[in-house]
Design a protein around this ligand. Structure first.
Ligand SMILES: [Fe+2]
Length: 318
């Protein structure tokens, strides 16, 4: 793999309060430098035999490769973030920011605070879209390596001193204000629209029970907290319970092999929630059996361990 230099995205002579000299130096020396080092490291990696090269050598080169790759990607994003007037946010990106930050002002204050916190240090501040959650977050990355997994950055400010020293000396505050005055929001919105096309990671699907209603552990917890009537049945298999030490606080354990023996204890007027160890088969099977018998039953996704992983209360299982 050979990485090609990306042409400068913004037009330096149009920027307000940032000189072409600064952008030229940044593009040529820092972006160009990272790209050339990235190609050198890539070449080294391609030339070595991973079967015989010491692991430490491979690992060091891979770490350099990741840092340099991120540096080139983030520099390209940074140069593509500039060139607008920083003021008018197009409707769609403005609505997304209001949805996720409360207001554009609040977003702006948080973004600037993160940048100010890197003054005198180094790093990036990014506005990033996370497909899993369908939302935007601001993040600060104190080196090239801390990008959010699966996140798609759509706006970047470079807070390495080389990004501002020529024009602003050590005055990072003036530099940050200048960048904010030059954000190209149309380009940010285009990247946001592209990011929206990325599907979230596939969710766990219980293929055998496509129509069986599930509840999350959070939903079950809030029903309990609200004092709503709910019958919770732990249906972990008998062989499993012999080594189990705890049980969800509001649950009773019933043997999933003997539903006929305990089904009579349940009330048809209140909802029933069943679950097993991880939330796969047994809890689903039992919920389905109960539904066929006329109960409003559903299974708790993630089962016993999801309940515990949320630090919800358990009691001793006797
Ligand atoms: Fe830079």
């Amino acid at each position: 793999m050979r990485y090609d230099i990306a042409p400068l995205f913004c037009r330096p002579w149009t920027l307000n309060g940032i000189t072409p000299r600064l952008i030229e130096s940044h593009y040529e020396n820092d972006y160009g430098g990272a790209l050339n080092r990235l190609n050198a490291v890539t070449e080294e990696l391609e030339a070595l035999d991973p079967a015989t090269t010491p692991g430490l050598v491979v690992s060091r080169l891979k770490r350099d490769e990741a840092a340099l790759l991120n540096s080139t990607l983030l520099h390209e994003l940074y140069f593509a973030s500039l060139g607008g007037d920083g003021r008018r946010l197009p409707e769609e990106i403005a609505a997304a920011i209001v949805r996720d930050f409360g207001s554009v002002l609040r977003w702006r204050q948080e973004f600037i605070a993160l940048a100010e916190a890197l003054a005198g240090g180094s790093g990036w501040v990014l506005l990033t879209y996370i497909p899993r959650d369908g939302r935007l977050v601001n993040q600060s990355a104190t080196d090239h390596m801390q990008s959010i997994s699966g996140g798609i950055p759509i706006l970047a400010i470079d807070m390495y001193e080389h990004a501002y020293h020529l024009d602003f000396g050590a005055n990072a505050t003036a530099y940050i204000a200048a960048v904010m005055r030059n954000i190209d929001w149309e380009a940010v919105q285009t990247r946001y629209r592209n990011a929206l096309k990325v599907e979230p990671p596939p969710k766990l699907v219980q293929k055998q029970w496509p129509d069986l209603p599930a509840m999350t552990v959070e939903e079950v917890k809030s029903m309990l907290d609200a004092g709503q009537p709910i019958q919770i049945i732990d249906t972990r298999p008998r062989h499993y319970t012999t080594r189990a030490q705890d049980i969800m606080e509001s649950a009773v354990w019933r043997d999933p092999e003997r539903v006929d023996e305990w089904i009579g204890e349940l009330s048809k007027s209140d909802p029933v929630v069943t679950f097993c160890v991880y939330g796969f088969h047994i809890g689903c099977e039992t919920a389905e059996t109960l539904r066929k018998a006329g109960f409003d039953a559903r299974y708790m996704a993630g089962g016993h361990y999801a309940w515990k992983a949320k630090r919800n209360p358990v009691k001793l299982f006797e």
